[in-house]
Design a protein around this ligand. Structure first.
Ligand code: ADP
Ligand code: ADP
Ligand code: ZN
Length: 216
């Protein structure tokens, strides 16, 4: 198999980050995630892009989308230096989807379905490693030692936007802007809808099967 070019779609909390880590490990490809890239650059100066705020921070803390010009540039650069990849967190609206079409072809598009109620439980209970970004959950995916990352020993923290008010806003932003992106890809070659409410291992088995079926 040549290195697969994969897109993973789904609402906030669907398990995209968790499953992208499995995919990147198994297929030895890059995990390109706009959320992590933006968190590492929350205070970068974006004022030359004619945006409402001068840095990504205010958008992210409220759970609003960072302006397209900023994220398009991040993805374009990351794709240029990757052979195979799993793209996670982008595109989040139809204009970004159009932009992505000019950047690369895709072998498979994996779409995780999870109900809104379950998403709220997952996001408000999520903990992330401050050092390596690994995902945990206070109930569904506990580390071996409370508060400590299994992978690197880093501290587990709660993201500011994983509190209830920004979580609800992110789910509304998803319904308005990102759900149409999933519809748009629905009849694309390689589109596979996956039941994201299964256990992480069951979701992974479905994803791996879809990659084997579509990327060769
Ligand atoms: P989650 O994995 O919980 O959905 P992310 O880590 O992907 O959250 O994104 C965190 C925040 O980063 C978003 O709420 C948004 O403010 C910003 N962001 C990430 N990706 C994009 C994107 N493609 N377009 C605009 N904003 C984005
Ligand atoms: P996303 O990147 O789509 O926002 P994450 O991968 O960060 O989602 O997962 C959100 C939260 O749900 C995390 O706390 C993660 O440990 C947990 N989680 C991921 N997959 C599952 C699953 N299949 N069942 C239960 N909890 C899950
Ligand atoms: Zn870690």
């Amino acid at each position: 198999m040549s290195q697969p070019r994969l897109l993973i779609l789904g609402p906030p909390g669907a398990g995209k980050g968790t499953q992208s880590a499995n995919i990147a490990d198994e297929y030895d490809i890059a995990h390109i995630t706009t959320g992590d890239a933006l968190r590492a650059n929350k205070d970068m100066d974006i004022s030359d892009m004619d945006t409402e705020y001068d840095t990504p921070r205010a958008y992210m803390e409220a759970g609003d989308l960072v302006p397209d010009a900023v994220v398009n540039a991040i993805v374009d650069e990351a794709l240029n230096s990757a052979d195979g990849f799993v793209l996670d967190g982008y595109p989040r609206n139809l204009d970004q989807a159009k932009e992505l079409e000019g950047m690369t072809d895709l072998d498979a598009i994996l779409s995780l379905d999870v109900s809104r109620e379950e998403l709220i439980d997952r996001l408000t209970g999520r903990r992330v490693c401050d050092d390596c970004g690994a995902n945990y959950h206070v109930e569904f995916n506990q580390p071996d030692t409370a508060g400590i990352c299994d992978d690197c020993g880093g501290d587990l923290i709660q993201r500011e936007d994983d509190n209830e008010a920004p979580v609800r806003n992110r789910l509304d932003v998803f319904d308005e802007n990102t759900a149409p992106v999933i519809d748009h890809y629905g009849d694309h070659d390689g589109f596979v809808a996956i039941d994201g409410e299964q256990t992480p291992d069951e979701v992974w088995a479905d994803i791996d099967g879809a990659i084997v079926a579509h990327a060769d």
